[in-house]
Design a protein around this ligand. Structure first.
Ligand code: ATR
Length: 289
């Protein structure tokens, strides 16, 4: 009898523009395994049934990613959580063992740090400014607070200031957030004095979007990191480039979190040649040169 194809996929809603299938199917092809990565655009009232089916012995699903709005919601279905997922309070990768045990991981945080390392940015004693206080900030901020190369200060601003307060009061019971300083205006971020500026907001995704930061606040020597990767250069990154700052978009973070998810599912390191195909697939899908 022919063996059933292994299924992997991503749950979230909406999922229309997810690049995870492109990246992971390129990996499966490079690994020459009979597996397929699918989109599972589930409504909230479909989650109970989906996770009930996932526990069945004959389920073909062996690994999942989770994206907005379910990264926190899926906690209740996990049999175990990695310590990091527990600290962040969000799961983006689910490993399913042979006996159908579900283990929740977070690869967003180490994915971001891996990209920073690739960019040769050492966080030790650096001044960091963060725009936004959504799900991505939660992962990134946790990573930046836990890394041994401790930043000097991390200032954080969000349009809705109460969200920063909620985020910090949640994180402070689990990790040391002494270096974090919430501010109530963009000016208070002291952008000209920072070494790393991170935009985690969605401002820049639409063509009409402005840059939240004025061009003359940016300068050479700083790294401006925009989590947005489509378009590849947001107005913020364009300003940063004009001013001679280093720039990076979020494609690297997407790639590294994907590699780390795949390594969880495969329970082994992935060859550089396979990783190369994953990154190439992402860049091709986005029409990067
Ligand atoms: P993600 O998981 O990608 O972080 P999210 O949790 O939806 O996404 O967070 C979106 C972030 O973009 C939030 O910080 C949001 O600010 P609010 O908390 O005030 O909503 C921010 N954001 C979205 N649109 C914005 C805008 N027009 N101006 C400023 N911030 C904006």
């Amino acid at each position: 009898m022919e063996e059933q194809k292994a299924i992997y996929g991503i749950i979230g809603n909406p999922l229309g523009h997810s690049l995870s299938p492109v990246m992971h199917n390129a990996a499966f092809q490079a690994l020459d395994v009979d597996a397929e990565y699918k989109l599972f655009p589930l409504k909230e009232d479909q989650l109970d049934e989906f996770f009930k089916d996932l526990k069945k012995e004959d389920s073909p699903i062996f690994g999942l990613n989770v994206t907005v709005p379910y990264k926190e919601h899926v906690f209740q279905y996990m049999d175990r959580l990695s310590p990091l997922a527990e600290k962040i309070g969000a799961v983006n990768t689910i490993f399913i063992s042979k006996n159908r045990e579900l283990i929740g991981y977070n690869t967003d945080a180490p994915g971001f740090m891996a990209h920073l390392a690739e960019l040769q940015f050492n966080t030790a004693d650096k001044r960091i400014a963060i725009l936004g206080a959504g799900g991505s900030t939660r992962a990134i901020l946790t990573a930046l607070c836990m890394i041994p190369e401790r930043p000097r200060i991390i200032k954080i601003y969000n349009r809705t200031t109460s969200k920063v307060d909620e985020l910090l009061s949640d994180l402070k019971v689990k990790i040391n957030i002494d270096v974090v300083e919430p501010v109530i205006s963009i000016d208070d971020l002291d952008i000209p004095g920072c070494d790393l500026l991170i935009n985690t907001t969605s401002v820049g995704m639409s063509k009409e979007d402005p840059s939240l930061v004025e061009e003359d606040l940016l300068r050479p020597g700083m790294l401006v990191y925009d989590l947005i990767y489509n378009p590849p250069e947001t107005p913020l990154l364009k300003f940063a480039r004009n001013q001679g700052a280093l720039t990076a978009n979020g494609l690297g973070m997407l790639y590294y979190q994907g590699v780390m998810a795949l390594q969880r599912w495969a329970e082994t390191e992935i060859d550089e040649s396979v990783k190369y195909q994953m990154r190439l697939a992402l860049e091709e899908a986005l029409g990067y040169e």
